[in-house]
Design a protein around this ligand. Structure first.
Ligand code: ZN
Ligand code: ZN
Length: 309
């Protein structure tokens, strides 16, 4: 792989161009590639049993509309930013065309640091985006879908792509500046995993084998789906610990308790058919979403200076 890496840079002959093309292709291939399984799953009714909001399956038209918007922002906002990445990275001491890559143990530790940094950055920046004019003019676009799907992960205002993208890129840049031993290949590994995380968190499905059931501090779709449905709580990306520590997951926990208690009561009554259980789940979800719609309207009205009842 290191030989291929060298060959790529020599073949292109211009390191800025070589990094730019590789970064852009990596993003497109990983992002849309990771969305494909979710598009297929959405088309197969068998998987509805694991859908977090089963009444809300995205239509093909909705998915296409979302794809067009995401592509537009990739070509207009992201492409120029990617162009700047190589000079900035080199200026901060990052290895780019050079080989060998970093050893595996160091690479894993670096990637873990980027995960933690991004999660904390996102936690605070995302909360700021839920306030006043920032919400009304920027973050509202991402909240178009109260039941997200994979492709909706990057469906956002260009300013949001820039603000929240900083959390993904600033970790490697700061690390490189202070530690001087980062290879861009490690950054690609991180970006790939971060894209998987973002698309999966928006997938709308919680399977028994989803990562959050193996690592209880992993957020996953079950955590972020609630954020889209209820509009409040769960501001972080990869981990549950920030929301837990700062108390921004209380409504989410109440919702889980309410859902489990209602299901247990129904089962105890002996009348729990799969249809009854499903209807119960749909009712609690609809109530939670209605509260979210009111909370969102209030933020928008406050930003506009209007009163809302
Ligand atoms: Zn949000
Ligand atoms: Zn989201």
């Amino acid at each position: 792989m290191e030989v291929q890496w060298m060959n790529w840079y020599m073949w292109i002959g211009n390191p800025i161009l070589a990094t730019g093309i590789a970064s852009f292709l990596l993003h497109e291939i990983v992002y849309f590639g990771r969305c494909v399984p979710w598009i297929i799953i959405d088309a197969i009714p068998y998987f509805r049993r694991w859908k977090l909001q089963p009444t809300k399956v995205p239509t093909a038209a909705e998915q296409w509309e979302c794809t067009k918007q995401v592509l537009f922002s990739h070509f207009t906002i992201e492409a120029p930013m990617i162009w700047l990445f190589h000079p900035v990275a080199e200026g901060l001491g990052m290895a780019t065309w050079q080989v060998p890559f970093t050893d595996l143990k160091t690479m894993l530790l670096q990637v873990f640091f980027f995960f933690v940094f991004e999660d904390m950055f996102h936690f605070f920046a995302h909360q700021a985006l839920h306030k006043g004019a920032l919400y009304k003019h920027i973050h509202k676009i991402h909240h178009k879908y109260s039941a997200p799907f994979g492709l909706a992960a990057e469906y956002a205002h260009p300013a949001e792509v820039f603000i929240l993208g900083t959390g993904t890129i600033a970790g490697p840049l700061l690390y490189s500046y202070f530690m001087r031993d980062l290879h861009i290949f490690t950054v690609y590994v991180w970006i790939t995993l971060r894209l998987f995380q973002a698309v999966d968190a928006h997938s709308g499905y919680d399977f028994p084998w989803s990562l959050q059931h193996i690592l209880p501090f992993w957020s996953g779709a079950e955590h972020h789906d609630f954020h889209h449905m209820a509009f409040v709580n769960n501001f972080s990306t990869s981990f549950r610990w920030c929301d837990w520590f700062f108390g921004t997951d209380t409504k989410y926990r109440d919702y889980r308790k309410k859902m489990n208690a209602a299901k247990a009561a129904l089962k105890k009554s002996g009348k729990a058919t799969p249809e009854e259980l499903r209807a119960l789940e749909d009712r609690i979800n609809a109530e939670t979403e209605a509260e979210g719609v009111r909370a969102e309207a209030k933020v928008v009205a406050d930003a506009t200076g209007k009163k809302v009842n």
